[in-house]
Design a protein around this ligand. Sequence first.
Ligand SMILES: [Zn+2]
Length: 274
Amino acid sequence: MVTRLRDVLDFVERKWPSSGAESWDSVGLVSGALDAEIRRILLAVDAAQLTVQEAVDTSADLLLIHHPLLLRGVTTVAETTAKGSLLAQLIRADVALIAAHTNADVVQTGTSAALAAALDLEGSKPIVPAASDPERGLGRIGVLREPTTLGALARKLAGILPSTATGIRAAGSFERVVETIALCGGAGDSLLNDPAVLGADVYITSDLRHHPASESLEQSIARGTGPALIDTSHWASEWLWLDYAARELQEEFPQLQVEVSELRTDPWDFAIPQ
Ligand SMILES: [Zn+2]
């Protein structure tokens, strides 16, 4: 039986309904013909030169990405632009492109849930439950099977996540005991003041900038309580989810080759510890 792009797209919509995406997001089919035959799917966090080249070189028929290639208004796909060049390479090689972004963040096997599962959190539930379904929503909070220290948790994360130049950064004493863990795959500074995060022992997310991070820490000093912070690579935290997505696609379409790109699209190449 031939698998068409429309079959995969139907599954994507069932698995990660586009109705679950944030209003500013742009998810679903980016390029490709619904009748195109699909034999091989490559999953990646980003459509970047590395991953698009890999999709073309390995004869993928579909590149499924987490970050939408086209999110803000585009007025040209000239090949002198990065996005135009990537799209042209995909279209010429008959590689369709699908994005599953915030619609994949909120499901029970989404980006934050994958990170929670990797840390073996018990009773993990969304930090911001969806109004329609409290099992879905942004971020996750749960409890470790045994308390540990902030330092040991950061080390554990370093082992769980794929390697990146900037590694794992933490704010808080290395010896601080942590048990209740709040986390959000990708950039999660919008949840820093959520009551669930404020009540956790540590908040793990990515892309924490100076002001949001320092304000959170200062607020904890003023209140006498508040979470330690762990900052990870955005790409690494969301890359974990690709394995879940690949497994789900493979179960639905056992006849297809489904593979996760191992190529790092985290932007940083090296860091100098001082
Ligand atoms: Zn992201």
